[in-house]
Write a protein that binds this ligand. Structure first.
Ligand code: TEU
Ligand code: CA
Length: 542
């Protein structure tokens, strides 16, 4: 273990994200569940991760797969019971794993008790828990749009009012201006903390301080005031990892979010690197500007050094599989999956691995739109078909960017349904599971799984991963992503060929003869030419 006495535990941790409905089914209903997760804890311990972030398991009508919560203090029967959750927390602890819950605080389900009350009348004590505007049917308060399509306003005839929703109509936005709402939320968080959770991921947290009349959704004026209050009232009373999801994060506000004094969160998920290969909308594809990507990641490394903390990720349940997106999921699947992992895990920050990423799982191409489940993809399909797009173009967008790419069942073995369920899975299994699965990778010393395992181990063994200062090499090179990490005692060189072609490379003088920590081709760290997707890390003591 690296010296971490003065550092919080989560700076040296690796987090694994589980999308519960797709991880492991235990009762044959085709839906992953908490007992299924408990069963797979030994696998996670073997991989070497320190914490698991669970996408929402609270009670929910599942309009947006659990991101529409109807009871924050209960578990959805689909996933199990509160006792199962308590057991998961306890069992995970035995495997040295902490459980991170997903807090969806920007909105609730429209079936949440607060919203059912709120709809009863303008005088109801819960009415002001949500964001309402008077009006007339058919004339929206303004032209704001919801992320999942259509207007951000929904008419409630009984009240003669619209409510505001940034996501689906079944996800009404909470009114954070109301101190009673904030207090309810803090009490709920404290309740989960008492149950022994290890931390929280905060869904679209930069959108809570909205001001719809001014068209403001993220980064509203009171945002950091609300977060600091929440942190003071809750997180700071425990030893937690907290990570805010913030599509609107930049290196300036990230210094607030992840301030070392702990006044807000441990860190945020920022998305600058995740929106480069698109035009205005994510569905409109554009080539990845590689040099720009390098400079952007380098900027985050440099600007947060010593004054904030980075999260490191390339995948989650909303994003396509990275090996299909920036690697090569055909001929060089293994090499390129390892390349992307190396590029990321050499940087400073807390790495997140999304289920199946450690196997090099790929995107899926289901033949028909009826094979898809995600509300975002289905709504987009309908909108674009109505607008006269060609079906094959719409499907290409879904193949490249649809969220269901990440949501197909975890591929455990080559048996029926990849060992995910004995029943009928809620969404199709990627047909490549007979080749790509955990069982076969565990047997193969050269697998993507073993490579991730090694990367995780290295981070814990060499303190330079934790504190080394980042420097980008060859910033203008169109194929190679190389950087160094340097602290008082040692230096690390991370070098990756991001492409499927040979790349010319000359070893920096100071790394000649340095020790190879990891390499995805046989032999020592190379000189002269890097083969397709070739990567290595070199280490030198000063
Ligand atoms: O995602 C935030 C969000 O803005 C996404 O809708 C994002 O724009 C989209 O997925 C990109 O494809 C969070 C959750 O991670 C997501 O699963 C939820 O659907 C959303 O919030 C609403 O809670
Ligand atoms: Ca189940």
């Amino acid at each position: 273990m690296a010296e971490t006495k003065t550092q919080p535990w989560w700076k040296n941790a690796v987090v694994y994200q589980i999308y519960p409905r797709s991880f492991q089914d235990s009762n044959g209903d085709g839906i992953g569940d908490i007992p299924g997760i408990i069963r797979r804890l030994p696998y996670l311990e073997e991989l070497g991760i320190d914490a698991v972030w669970l996408s929402p398991v609270c009670r929910s009508p599942q309009d947006d797969n659990g991101y529409d919560i109807s009871d924050y203090q209960d578990i959805d029967p689909m996933f199990g019971t509160l006792e199962d959750m308590e057991q998961l927390i306890a069992e995970a602890k035995k495997h040295h794993i902490r459980i991170i819950m997903d807090l969806v605080l920007n909105h609730t389900s429209d079936e949440h008790r607060w919203f059912l009350e709120a709809k009863k009348g303008k005088d109801n004590p819960y009415h002001d828990y949500y964001v309402w505007r008077d009006g007339e049917e058919g004339t929206y308060p303004n032209d704001m749009k919801a992320t999942f399509g259509g207007p951000a306003w929904e008419w409630v005839p009984e009240l003669g009012q619209y409510y505001f929703h940034q996501f689906s109509v079944k996800q009404p936005d909470l009114n954070w201006e109301n101190p009673k709402v904030r207090r309810e939320i803090y009490d709920m968080i404290l309740w989960w903390m008492e149950k022994g959770v290890g931390g929280f991921r905060l869904d679209v947290i930069d959108q809570i301080a909205k001001e719809p009349d001014r068209g403001i959704t993220n980064n509203g004026p009171r945002l950091h005031e609300f977060i600091q209050e929440m942190s003071r009232e809750t997180f700071q009373k425990g030893d937690l990892i907290t990570v805010g999801e913030a599509w609107g994060a930049n290196t300036e506000n990230a210094k607030l979010y992840s301030a070392p004094d702990g006044s807000e969160f441990s860190m945020v998920f920022q998305f600058e690197h995740m929106v480069m290969d698109q035009k205005e909308e994510k569905w409109d594809l554009a080539p990845l500007p590689f040099v720009k990507l390098k400079k952007d990641l380098a900027k985050w490394q440099t600007e947060l050094y010593g004054v904030g903390w980075n999260s490191l990720f390339l995948n989650n349940h909303d994003l396509p599989r990275i090996v299909s997106r920036w690697g090569d999921d055909g001929k060089y699947r293994k090499e390129s999956a390892k390349m992307l992992a190396t590029m990321l895990h050499g940087m400073q920050g807390t790495p997140y691995i999304y289920q199946g990423e450690e196997l090099g799982m790929t995107n899926v191409r289901f033949p028909d739109i009826t094979d898809y489940r995600d509300i975002e993809s289905l709504n987009m399909y309908k909108e674009r078909m109505d607008a006269g797009y060609k079906e094959e173009d719409v499907m290409e967008s879904i193949y490249a960017k649809g969220r269901d790419n990440a949501r197909t069942p975890m591929q455990w073995d080559a048996s029926k349904n990849a060992g995910f369920t004995e029943g009928t899975p809620w969404i199709g299994v990627n047909p490549n599971y007979t080749e790509i699965n955990a069982e076969s990778e565990k047997k193969d010393p050269d697998s993507v799984f073993h490579y991730y395992q090694k990367l995780i181990r290295l981070r814990k063994e060499y303190p330079v991963f934790l504190d080394g200062k980042f420097e980008l090499l060859l910033p203008e090179d169109g194929q190679i992503f190389a950087y160094t990490r340097t602290d008082e005692d040692a230096a690390l060189l991370v070098c990756v060929n991001f492409t499927g072609e040979d790349a010319s490379w000359s070893m920096p003088e100071e790394f000649r003869g340095a020790r190879t920590l990891i390499h995805n081709y046989p032999g020592e760290g190379p000189e002269g030419t890097l083969r397709p997707y070739e990567v290595f890390m070199l280490y030198k003591k000063k």
